[in-house]
Design a binder for this molecule. Sequence first.
Ligand code: C2O
Ligand code: CU
Length: 471
Amino acid sequence: MISMSRRTLLKGSAIAGAFGLGAGLGPLRRALAAPDPVMLDALITEASLDGRSVTRKIMSYAGPDAPQPSGPGAMPPTIRMVRDKPFAARLTNKLDEPTTMHWHGVRVPNNMDGVPFLTQPYIYPGDSFDYAFTPPDAGTFWYHPHCNTLTQMGRGMTGMLIVESPDDPVFDAEVVLNLRDFRLGGDGQFIEQFKARDAAKTGTFGTVRTANWQTETVQDAPSGGLVRIRLAATDVTRIYNLKLDGAEGLVVALDGQPVPEPYALDVVVLSPGQRLDVVVRMPDREGAVVRIMDYRPSTPKSVASLRAVGTSLRRSLGDVPALAPNPNAEPDLSAATDIPLVLSATAEEAARDSICGTLGYSFWAINKVPWPGDSADPMAPLAEMKLGRTYVLNLENVTPHAHPIHLHGMNFHVLSSSKGPVAPLVSDTYLMLPDEKVRLAVVADNPGDWVFHCHIIEHQKTGMTGYFRVA
Ligand code: C2O
Ligand code: CU
């Protein structure tokens, strides 16, 4: 009986719908967060994504209480955990191919990182894997598989992950937005996930743009209230230039890491893997609509909107505090070692087969070596790092395309860029512009093999991947 009710409670605590106004539930969630595993199934389902037809062969995640969800509810659940509190999840593979789970941006022990061969074996169909870790950072993160990723992520397996903190300020509402595309034909069914000629350039774009798996997401929020919006770009390709229309907003965190001083949102570039936390002051007038717009490539497009409801709460953006910083180790630049890393195109060649999926090509490389695919005998690490030491990743993008480069297991501090002044951000994903040179400092404080790859998944899967060994 006890475990039954606990499981029922967990549904409302560790896993909450992305549509909930969650802020008021914070203390309750904290009290209930226990290391009982959250049950997650990777599965195949169907739902309407384009608003017209039912798309089949969607890949998603579900909890025990919604084994075959459909509609927007088929979207992977938003997983909530609490900073410094143990978290556990049992992932059961109900797909017909192997999978693994990666907790993007969360600093986990290496054997919980979800990279096949490097950190764990595949989870075969019918098998489960127990993940357990204690998140050290509060903020907005996300989760996705690290096996056959272009297909599995492309077909839906990208979910939101929120690490709460007892220090989080309480807002009038919280809205979670999972931004991504699907590549569907006119009949609403999946079409080929990529075109080789696009994989060799920007990556292949989806045809149906969604927020929370809906083409037109409208959420209610209290008039005159302060709303924390947590956005993640979980698409395999698309880079957004986000702006607010109809309200003012303050950026409070980027990539899960609080900014030192909240600042007015003008345009925020959000590339695959990155997150944005913005606090919006809703209009006073009931029914007024606030839009989040994407200005990339050019014609502005509404990504999602909020509609003011109720009488005005008359809040002020001036009351928004800075979020408490996360405990990131300070780099010791006086004793740092440089690691040169060149992102380049490579001579086109056939890639070898891998159980975690190959696109059949190599187009990209790091330090001239294209990643050969996940295998039991991976190539040598890009560099070996000594535990506790500071390293400076001296990155150079010698391609005419942008690459959101992502590091597992550790955060980096952005030191400088050839493109101009940079904010001293802490992050796990940096968007390298064409021909940009950037210096990122990493404190090697997490032992293990950590992959480092472009988060445009076609680039990742056609060579732009490597790893660091920390020991
Ligand atoms: Cu978000 Cu290696 O990934
Ligand atoms: Cu790339």
